[in-house]
Design a protein around this ligand. Structure first.
Ligand SMILES: [Zn+2]
Length: 200
């Protein structure tokens, strides 16, 4: 797998470049461009949530905790509820991520990338951003995600034929060993697509 630094640099340069282009073309406000860059960047790092490292679980738990706390705040409209929810949510997410993710599991797969991109779209749509902008948000996250998977595959090729065992474990659509998580991902993806405004 490509190193954290490689993923971070590629994701940062790629998403800032793409966001500036899209932003200029559509005359988006600056903070919208910033949000698109950030989404692309996060998408480019997100698959390594299943790297099986404690450090990654710690950061991802913090990230999930921050998102859920923000949602709790938006729904309850109270700082106190959000602050009280923060620490338990972070701790539970960190434990869950560390416990249930395996290296190069379902997070290094195309269906998971699609599912998370659609979730990002729903999140921005829910926050009442214009429809077309929410679609861009999903696409930027998904684009970053896909670039990460492609980079991982390229890296496993670079190591040479003798060590190619990890080839094909990043850009995957199904893996029998992880059939349960793949099945769950496809089921959720089905629901998410079914609910999409333009799919019916
Ligand atoms: Zn990776």
């Amino acid at each position: 797998m490509a190193s954290f630094r490689v993923h971070a640099v590629v994701a940062l340069v790629g998403s800032v470049g793409a966001a500036s282009y899209v932003g200029a073309l559509n005359e988006f406000p600056l903070y919208w461009v910033g949000a698109l860059s950030l989404l692309g960047f996060i998408g480019g790092l997100a698959p390594d949530v299943d790297s099986g490292e404690t450090k990654m679980a710690r950061y991802s738990g913090l990230f999930v905790g921050a998102i859920l706390t923000l949602l709790a705040y938006l729904l309850s409209d109270s700082y106190i509820v959000a602050l009280l929810a923060f620490i338990p949510v972070v701790k539970i997410s960190q434990f869950g991520i560390y416990k249930w993710t395996t290296h190069r599991g379902v997070f290094h797969s195309i269906p998971m990338g699609l599912l998370l991109s659609i979730t990002v779209f729903y999140l921005f749509d829910f926050l009442e951003f214009p429809h077309s902008y929410s679609v861009f948000c999903g696409e930027f996250f998904g684009g970053g995600y896909l670039v990460h998977l492609v980079l991982d595959e390229l890296w496993s090729l670079r190591k040479g034929i003798s060590k190619r065992s990890s080839f094909g474990t990043a850009l995957q659509v199904f893996r029998p060993v992880f059939w349960k998580s793949f099945l769950a991902t496809y089921a959720l993806l089905g629901c998410a697509i079914y609910k999409l405004p333009f799919s019916n």
